[in-house]
Every structure is written in structure tokens, then in C-alpha cells.
Design a protein around this ligand. Structure first.
Ligand SMILES: *[C@@H]1O[C@H](CO)[C@@H](O)[C@H](O)[C@H]1NC(C)=O
Ligand SMILES: *[C@@H]1O[C@H](CO)[C@@H](O)[C@H](O)[C@H]1NC(C)=O
Ligand SMILES: *[C@@H]1O[C@H](CO)[C@@H](O)[C@H](O)[C@H]1NC(C)=O
Ligand SMILES: *[C@@H]1O[C@H](CO)[C@@H](O)[C@H](O)[C@H]1NC(C)=O
Length: 266
């Protein structure tokens, strides 16, 4: 085909709409540089949840106290009519996309049959010692399309290892491993920094604890007073400061330290 024929063919294709004539396209302006840091995918998903429900259910429910002592008889725990599906109906009705259960509070009683302590549902007689609140909670959440998360208290008033740094940190890590591997996908793990001022002084190995969450539940959000993913707002009054930025200088806050409010609620 000669050059003139090709030109005629090209003109025919344009006329019949087979190819479009080139048009001037304005290049899109680039977005501006971000204000660092850029949130992780998990942080962004968390931010978009809007409503999360927290279930603080456990030994304290049966002793009608906010804080236990660690001396409670496991037999006191007897939720005869426990129905986690009903909990999840309530969560879904409230618009919560994530439900977090206190698997162990400061009193040390475990809502799952941990292999590392006798102070758990297994010793309670509930469901003849075969009960597992964490399992029922996680299964009901999954069935209802609600994501599940867990809280595991570092401060433990019951366990005799508390105060012996290596032994207790191993105990905590072993329990964390049970929770991170036994109950499917978990979307948030809560590390509470609270303990009494006169509680035994002990260093928690938060770094190792966070690392095992990263290893076993890599898309889970880690909560503590000071992150790494999401953090305490500085009070438990049900509101935050009139300005409460997502970003905070982490080198200015320490888990469990007093005075956190002045940096994060301003
Ligand atoms: C548990 O709660 C669910 C949802 O409210 C309900 O459909 C179910 O019947 C309850 N199960 C029992 C054993 O009460
Ligand atoms: C800490 O001390 C207060 C009184 O100063 C007491 O009421 C409380 O029981 C103590 N807590 C513990 C865990 O010993
Ligand atoms: C607690 O122990 C740590 C490290 O062992 C020490 O640095 C700190 O001063 C102690 N705190 C108190 C209140 O004794
Ligand atoms: C964060 O806080 C530390 C300690 O006060 C300070 O040295 C550092 O400059 C701060 N970083 C930023 C980015 O403000």
C-alpha cells in the first residue's frame, strides 16, 4: 500500500469512527505532598469505623464491682443465660463494626480456658467447665459480620508471677499467643497501661508483646495509652478535648504514665 493509500485509509477510519483524532488533554495537577505521617491501611480503616463497641464482661459482672481484687472464687462466675448472638445483635443495631471483649481484666480471671493458669472459666463450673466466652464471642461476631477484638490486662492482681519480670512477661506473652492464634482474625488488641500506684513495680515488655501481634495478626490495630496504632484520648469521661489530633509525638508519652492528658487532649 502506497503512502497516499494509507492516508486515505486513515481518513476513512476517522470518518467511520474507528479511531479518534488526537485531542489536546490537559495533564492533571499532582496532589500536594501529604502532611506526614501517612496512616497505615489498618489505621485508616479504623478511623472510618466511627462506632466500636466494648464489652467489659467478666468476674466483676458477678461481684458488681469496677475493679476486682484477684481473690475471687472462680465459682462466682456463672453466666447461665449468656448469649453472645444477642450481644452482636445489639452491636450491629448500634452500628458498631467492631466489638472488643475484655478477655482478662486486672483481677486476672480469664474468660477463656488458658493452659497457663487455673484461674479461668475452666475452674468456674460454667458449662461444666467446658465454657469459653472468648470463643462464643468471636464466633457470634463473625456470624453477625462484626469484627472482633480483645483486651488482655497487663496488670494482674491474681497471678503469683506478677512482680517477677521475666516469669510474668512470659506468662502474658503465652496468653497473648493463645488469644492471637485460637480465635480467628482479630481486628484490634488492647493493652491497658493502668495499675494502682501502690501495685508491685514491674516492667512490661510491651515491645515484645506488640511484635507478636504484628507476627500473628498483622492487620490488627494495637491500642495502648501511647499507640503504636491508636491511643487513649486521655480520660474516661466519654468525650475528648475540643481539639484531638490523630497525630501525636510518641516520644512525649509513655504507657501508664500520669500526665498523658496534657499532651493528647488540648
Ligand atoms: C440468642 O440470641 C439470638 C439473637 O437475639 C436469638 O435468636 C437466640 O434464640 C438466642 N438463643 C437462645 C438459646 O436464647
Ligand atoms: C493501694 O492502697 C490503697 C490505700 O492507699 C488501698 O485502698 C488499695 O487497696 C491498695 N491497692 C492494692 C492493690 O494494694
Ligand atoms: C520501677 O522499676 C524500674 C526498673 O526496674 C525503675 O526504673 C523505676 O524507678 C521503678 N519505679 C518505682 C516507682 O519504684
Ligand atoms: C517530639 O518530642 C521530642 C521530645 O520532647 C522532641 O525532641 C522532638 O523534637 C519532637 N518531635 C517533633 C517532630 O516534634
Amino acid at each position: 500500500m502506497g503512502g497516499a493509500s494509507l492516508l486515505r485509509l486513515a481518513a476513512a477510519m476517522v470518518l467511520t469512527g474507528l479511531v479518534s483524532p488526537p485531542v489536546a488533554v490537559a495533564a492533571r495537577a499532582t496532589p500536594p505532598l501529604p502532611v506526614l505521617p501517612i496512616p497505615t491501611a489498618a489505621q485508616l480503616a479504623w478511623q472510618r469505623r466511627e462506632v466500636i463497641m466494648f464489652f467489659h464482661f467478666g468476674m466483676n459482672t458477678f461481684t458488681n464491682s469496677e475493679l476486682g481484687t484477684g481473690e475471687e472464687d472462680p465459682a462466682l462466675f456463672g453466666p447461665a443465660a449468656l448469649n453472645a448472638s444477642q450481644w452482636m445483635d445489639a452491636a450491629a443495631a448500634a452500628g458498631a463494626s467492631l466489638a472488643i471483649l475484655v478477655a482478662k481484666h486486672h483481677d486476672g480471671f480469664c474468660l477463656w480456658p488458658s493452659a497457663y493458669t487455673a484461674h479461668s472459666v475452666r475452674a468456674s463450673g460454667w458449662r461444666s467447665g467446658a465454657g469459653d466466652v472468648v470463643r462464643e464471642f468471636a464466633a457470634a461476631a463473625r456470624a453477625r459480620g462484626v469484627d472482633a477484638g480483645l483486651y488482655l490486662s497487663p496488670w494482674d492482681l491474681h497471678d503469683q508471677r506478677y512482680g517477677r519480670e521475666v516469669a510474668y512477661n512470659e506468662y502474658y506473652l503465652a496468653q497473648l499467643h493463645e488469644l492471637l492464634t485460637g480465635y480467628g482474625s482479630l481486628s484490634e488488641i488492647w493493652f491497658d497501661g493502668h495499675k494502682d500506684k501502690n501495685a508491685t513495680n514491674m516492667t512490661y515488655h510491651f515491645h515484645e508483646w506488640f511484635q507478636i501481634v504484628r507476627q500473628l495478626q498483622s492487620s490488627s490495630i494495637i491500642f495502648s495509652d501511647a499507640g503504636p496504632d491508636v491511643r487513649w484520648v486521655g480520660n474516661e469521661d466519654g468525650f475528648v478535648g475540643t481539639t484531638c489530633w490523630s497525630t501525636v509525638n510518641r516520644s512525649m508519652i509513655t504507657i501508664g504514665a500520669t500526665g498523658i492528658e496534657k499532651y493528647i487532649v488540648a
